[in-house]
Ligand binder design. Structure first.
Ligand SMILES: [Zn+2]
Length: 413
């Protein structure tokens, strides 16, 4: 049993007591900050915290880490990523600069299909190597829990290959990983002009095997213009629910697609994107437990409009922030930058952006009871910052990595 104290901490952010669901409206204020404080952990668990003035009876065998000038944040919980992919799509990046749209690139055979054709030819170990590097760089910028999607296989064998790589990542790192089956990311070339045929194949052939493999926690559908319709999404989610899969879906990125509503109707844990969403979508969300996961890195990289956070807040929608790390629309998994964009482009207060990247991100992966805040009994997965005066300096110095150390389950990376 190893006891460790982090002492003389300048500020501890994100302290909670018994939060049971994602925060909404002004509930982010429930998260407290302590100044000149200590944090006590035992093995992988947070045991206590308090003011330095109240620190007494320190066990003689305890390890003491002096944190003078440094602050502690809960580790980031990035609830939406696609970090398993064959390689970067920088050619497409240049095509976009030249003016081609997402749909035009897809029509040209680029985009998701290009990644899928490459991925099908790659071995598990080649895929694992790239994904592991990405994950390690995300840990360095503060991510302690992450959701990873399949969706670049688009046939049974290749989707299972991706899900197997996700399992290997779980074995190789301490980061908590949730796995999502995204067979409905795009229609593969062998089903070109036969989208219904692919949906049937997914429901009848892929889903039963994926469920049986135990490799996926959630099911996702790209419900949007040019991808899957509301009806197809509903059919896939109904089939998935028979296997006990909760949905986390892509919705309303490219159009007012109905994705948000169909997600809410099927009890989605989260509906993600929402660049094209308004009153109707927010009304549906405000009455539900479904979390709206916003991915401002994608809006930045694709020059899309940013989701309307102010309206969501007014409607009491629970919001999470995530990176969407993927090779086509957001080649970054740096949550500090996501927070900066949320503050600068969506006018979130830094404390709101922090809550949405930690505790609400945790709830968007069913991890709210163990992660996402500094709370007695939760996992000791938190961050030590460089010397900053206030958390708002993290989004302010938007291109710096001000995370000094990432501690996961009590272990320093
Ligand atoms: Zn995505």
């Amino acid at each position: 049993m190893a006891i460790r104290y982090y002492t003389n901490v300048f500020k501890i952010y994100g302290i909670s007591e018994g939060i049971t669901r994602a925060l909404r409206g002004n509930e982010y204020m429930q998260l407290k900050t302590l100044e000149n404080a200590y944090l006590k952990i035992e093995d992988d668990t947070i045991i206590d915290y308090g003011l330095m003035n109240d620190l007494k009876n320190v066990e003689t065998e305890a390890d003491i880490i002096d944190c003078t000038g440094r602050s502690i944040l809960p580790g980031y919980c990035d609830s939406h990523t696609h970090i398993i992919f064959p390689r970067s799509r920088h050619e497409e990046f240049v095509d976009k600069i030249k003016g081609l749209s997402y749909e035009e690139i897809a029509a040209k055979g680029g985009g998701i299909i290009q990644s899928a054709l490459m991925l099908r030819k790659m071995s598990d170990s080649e895929l694992l190597e790239g994904a592991l590097q990405r994950l390690q760089s995300m840990i360095k910028t503060g991510t302690v829990a992450v959701e990873i999607k399949s969706g670049y296989g688009l046939d049974l064998a290749s989707e299972l290959k991706m899900l197997t790589v996700i399992r290997r990542l779980k074995e190789l790192t301490d980061v908590v990983i949730k796995s999502t089956f995204l067979g409905a990311h795009a229609v593969p070339p062998e089903f070109k002009n036969n989208q219904e045929g692919y949906v049937n194949y997914l429901i009848e052939r892929m889903l039963p095997v994926v469920a049986d493999s135990g490799l996926a926690d959630y099911v996702d559908v790209f419900c949007d213009k040019g991808f899957f319709t509301v009806d197809q999404t509903a059919r896939i989610l109904e089939a998935a629910s028979k296997y006990g899969f909760k949905p986390k879906i892509h919705a309303n990125e490219l159009d007012y697609s109905g994705g948000v509503q169909v997600g809410v109707l099927h009890g989605a844990l989260s509906v993600d994107h929402l660049e094209r969403a308004g009153e109707e979508e927010f009304d549906a969300l405000s009455q539900s437990e479904t979390i709206a996961t916003l991915l401002p890195g994608t809006a930045f990289f694709l020059n899309l409009p940013y989701p309307d956070y102010k309206k969501m807040k007014k409607k009491n929608v629970a919001v999470a922030l995530a990176s969407d790390f993927n090779p086509g629309s957001c080649p970054s998994g740096n949550m500090n930058f996501v927070i900066a964009l949320a503050c600068i482009k969506m006018k979130m207060l830094p404390e709101e952006a922090l809550a949405f990247s930690t505790i609400n991100g945790a709830f968007a992966m069913d991890l709210g009871q163990t992660h996402g805040s500094i709370e007695r009994g939760k996992m000791a997965s938190f961050l030590l910052t460089e010397h900053i005066d206030d958390f708002s300096q993290i989004p302010y110095f938007f291109s710096e990595n001000l995370i000094y150390k990432t501690i996961i389950n009590g272990k320093v990376d």
